[in-house]
Write a protein that binds this ligand. Structure first.
Ligand SMILES: O=C(O)[C@H](O)COP(=O)(O)O
Length: 235
């Protein structure tokens, strides 16, 4: 039976500062690095031995993966990086303070932008300058101006089907990615409704271990750090 372990990156600098991040490349905090190392230890304690890893092209996820692999003693693990596992693009909210935005537009509106399935934030203004949104890692890619969770799933799902499902045939997989690219994957794997996905929150740096059957239905799922677990959808 294949296993899939999903890890949201450890706490980032903008998680700490409570700013909308999306595709902006920000580093991990010291706490985030510690969460990533602990994730590697928890994988070892759980006896998890992945055959391959997948991550985004964003520093916080790559660094989380590397720290977890290092503390698990498997820094050699074959790894694939792809922008389709990036965080959802936060559009015109990128860089803004989440609390100040709620004061300005109302908590309800900000909740809709953050958690509704198919309502994207306003698009990013062309004059906004975040160098990591358009640097050479995205050469040849049509960088979005904003993304809802639905739009995020529309890039995550084809990647899952084309690259990760075939890889699962030769062993277990580790995926280090982001709050919303992982919520998209969880929606797909657990068959969560558009409504119920609004209540799914994924904690930073806490490995989510998922058992699948051969038809890739979820048969069991648990967070390895139980003290920091959030509710999982039913399956
Ligand atoms: O991009 C971000 O700001 C965070 O990684 C996730 O943000 P959210 O909790 O608002 O979805």
């Amino acid at each position: 039976m294949p296993k899939l372990c999903l890890i949201r990156h450890g706490q980032s600098q903008w998680n700490l500062e409570n700013r909308f991040t999306g595709w902006v490349d920000v580093p991990l905090t010291e706490k985030g690095e510690a969460e990533a190392r602990r994730a590697g230890e928890l994988m070892v304690e759980a006896g998890f031995e992945p055959a391959r890893a997948f991550t985004s092209v964003q520093t916080r996820a790559i660094k989380t993966l590397n720290l977890a692999l290092e503390s698990a003693g498997i820094l050699w693990l074959p790894t694939t990086k792809d922008y389709r596992l990036n965080e959802r693009h936060y559009g015109g909210l990128t860089g803004l303070d989440k609390a100040e935005t709620a004061e300005k537009h109302g908590k309800e509106q900000v909740h809709i932008w953050r958690r509704s399935y198919d309502i994207p934030p306003p698009p990013l203004d062309d004059s906004s300058a975040f160098p990591s949104l358009t640097d050479r890692r995205y050469a040849g890619i049509d960088v979005p101006k904003t993304e809802s969770l639905k739009i995020t799933l529309e890039r995550v799902q084809p990647y899952w089907e084309a690259e990760m499902v075939p890889a699962l045939k030769s062993g277990d997989l580790l995926v280090a990615a982001h709050g919303n690219s992982l919520r998209a994957l969880v929606k797909l794997l657990f068959g969560v409704s558009d409504e119920d996905i609004t209540g799914v929150e994924i904690p930073t740096g806490n490995p989510l271990m998922i058992d699948l059957d051969d038809a890739l239905n979820v048969t069991a799922a648990r967070y390895l750090d139980e003290a920091r677990a959030t509710d999982l959808p039913s399956f």
